[in-house]
Design a protein around this ligand. Structure first.
Ligand SMILES: C[S@@+](CC[C@H](N)C(=O)[O-])C[C@H]1O[C@@H](n2cnc3c(N)ncnc32)[C@H](O)[C@@H]1O
Length: 218
């Protein structure tokens, strides 16, 4: 992979897999987002953009739906998961035109600015067949989880809908095993002054799923 560090958005989990294990275990514990993806994605070859450690890809993959897991950060790639791992960035997908019947990105686009999103959208439309589905999963905002942050950590839904995506809100939660675990992760995200005030193991969390057909989004 060409090394262009400005294209790779740093993600804490590469250096802190223990906290990421808590995040991945406790976020959407009832699998509402996973089940939405599972039922929305068609069979055929599907691309996961910014696959992280392959948690989502491992869930939605089956014999009829092999997942190509694209991830730029080598420390994130978990080769114990039987996925078709590829290194690369959303802005320059290392695939031929129309290579996939669908593609998705879970919490991998909101970290970036508009320019990066536009590049990513152009690329994902190029590699997915025109009748193929594209799904982007992001924080929806307007919930207990996002209200813990003093900065906005939800995406601009209007940006996606103006590009032709349909927005569906999925109501889920972070559900921790213990209060200590909740406080540890939420202190890491939002600061000790916020994390230490948490009094419940479960935090309301709303997720936006943006779904469009490659040939219909702009
Ligand atoms: C918030 S994590 C989400 C990981 C995974 N999708 C999940 O739901 O668990 C964002 C991931 O995007 C990766 N990433 C960073 N910059 C990227 C880029 N330019 N293109 C694609 N992925 C990128 C990070 O390395 C990280 O693994």
């Amino acid at each position: 992979m060409k090394n262009n560090s400005t294209e790779v958005i740093p993600f804490y989990a590469a250096e802190n897999p223990r906290l990421f294990e808590i995040e991945r275990r406790c976020m959407d514990r009832d699998g509402i987002v996973l089940q939405f993806l599972e039922s929305t994605l068609p069979n055929g070859s599907v691309l996961d953009i910014g696959a992280g450690n392959g948690f989502v890809a491992d869930y939605v993959q089956n014999n009829e739906r092999p997942i190509v897991a694209l991830e730029p950060e080598p420390k994130m790639i978990d080769t114990r998961k039987p996925l078709l791992w590829t290194r690369g960035v959303a802005q320059r997908l290392p695939f031929i035109d129309n290579a996939f019947t669908a593609a998705y990105a879970t919490w991998a686009f909101f970290l970036s600015g508009i320019d990066c999103k536009l590049e990513g959208l152009k690329e994902v439309r190029r590699v997915v067949t025109s009748s193929g589905v594209i799904v982007i999963i992001e924080n929806a905002g307007d919930d207990e989880f996002c209200s813990l942050s003093k900065d906005s950590i939800s995406d601009d839904g209007k940006w996606y809908t103006s590009h032709g995506f349909e927005r569906t809100i999925l109501e889920t939660s972070f559900r921790f095993d213990t209060l200590d675990e909740a406080r540890e992760l939420l202190s890491f995200y939002f600061g000790e002054e916020v994390g230490s005030t948490i009094k419940a193991n479960e935090i309301e969390y709303k997720v936006a799923a943006y779904v469009g057909l490659a040939g219909e989004i702009e």
